[in-house]
Design a protein around this ligand. Structure first.
Ligand code: 2RA
Length: 339
């Protein structure tokens, strides 16, 4: 029978995208519970032609729930994720709370589906599955097919991350600031404390003792866990750019085994969840606008890395929708594997 599902954080940007993706993919459900903080409880919403009232998230919320999709921040996941698991639900958690926890699968369905072998919904035995960070998902959907063929020795990633990664309020503020600046007014800076419109800055995540920010270390650690390879060298620089909802990433790969450019193209062409946009003649390559609201990650600028031994280095450029494949779609693709 179809699972009873709960959406935790339903009024947020990712929560709303959960509903869009569930509907777009005709995800089968027996019932759906819309959960959010007390502040949002009581709000009305219509989903697939039926009216729902947003309920306040409490420890009682998970009675009879088979799959719970969480995107309400790490503290909510820490507080309520284990409660849902104890009630027998399979939690797919979009927060960073449990991603690096021992025994918690960190999953991109196109990349490491084997990580959730044996986990099924509706059998009363709960489990928690972690959704990787959006910038990690978008990077690895493209880098992994190449890694599987030629084993990545070192990966260098530079990201250009959209406002949506900081939530709906950040998207609204980017639009507001843009208007204000064009009207000669001083920009409203509540979310990032600095001007965002017509500007860019190092990602707003806290800076760690090694000088990296949390976003960059997520890329490093999550890649090693998802590839199950603690030897791969990864470094990243994450930047926030004035783009609404799709991340862009420049990825440099150094391989253990030779991989020529044509073979790389063939591999990427046949890889799931990817579309190639790589038209040198017209200088047409992936852009955030072209991938926004779409499922696939776009990859282009595919070229031999001229700084490395022949056929042992490749540069690529990818764009992916941060709210969709970077969060909601990936989580629901995981949920589909549980059916
Ligand atoms: C960001 N990766 O883009 C974060 C969102 N979880 O800021």
């Amino acid at each position: 029978t179809a699972p009873s599902i709960a959406v935790v954080g339903v009024t947020g940007a990712v929560g709303q995208e959960f509903l869009s993706v569930l509907s777009d993919r005709d995800f089968p459900y027996r019932s759906i519970k819309m959960l959010a903080s007390q502040r949002s409880a009581g709000k009305k919403l219509t989903f697939e032609g039926r009216d729902y009232t947003v309920e306040e998230l409490t420890v009682e919320s998970f009675e009879g729930i088979d799959i719970a999709l969480f995107s309400a921040g790490g503290s909510i996941s820490k507080q309520f994720g284990p409660v849902a698991v104890d009630k027998g639900a399979i939690v797919v958690d979009n927060s960073s709370a449990f991603r690096m926890s021992e025994g918690v699968p960190l999953v991109i369905p196109e990349v490491n589906p084997e990580a959730i072998e044996g986990i099924k919904a509706g059998i009363g035995k709960g489990a928690l599955i972690a959704n990787p960070n959006c910038s990690t998902i978008i990077c690895l959907v493209a880098a992994t097919p190449l890694h599987r063929h030629a084993k990545v020795k070192r990966m260098v990633v530079s990201t250009y991350q959209a406002a949506s990664g900081a939530g709906a309020a950040a998207m609204e503020e980017l639009e507001l600031q843009t208007r204000e600046v064009l009207e000669g007014k001083s920009p409203t800076c509540n979310i990032f404390k600095q001007q965002y419109a017509f500007n860019l800055f190092s990602h707003n995540a806290p800076i760690l003792s090694n000088g990296y920010n949390e976003e960059e270390m997520k890329m490093v650690k999550e890649t090693r866990k998802i590839w199950n390879d603690d030897t791969v060298k990864v470094t990243a620089t994450c930047i926030r750019v004035p783009v609404m909802r799709a991340h862009a990433e420049s990825i440099n790969l150094q391989f253990e085994k030779p991989l020529d450019e044509d073979s790389a193209r063939e591999i990427l062409k046949n890889a799931p969840g990817l579309v190639i946009i790589d038209d040198r003649a017209s200088n047409h390559f992936p852009t955030p606008l072209e991938v926004s609201n779409k499922d696939d990650v776009a990859v282009g600028r595919i070229r031999q890395d001229v700084s490395q031994d022949r056929n042992h280095g490749l540069d690529i450029f990818v764009c992916g929708d941060q709210i969709r494949k970077g969060a909601a779609l990936n989580a629901i693709q995981i949920a589909e594997m549980l059916l």
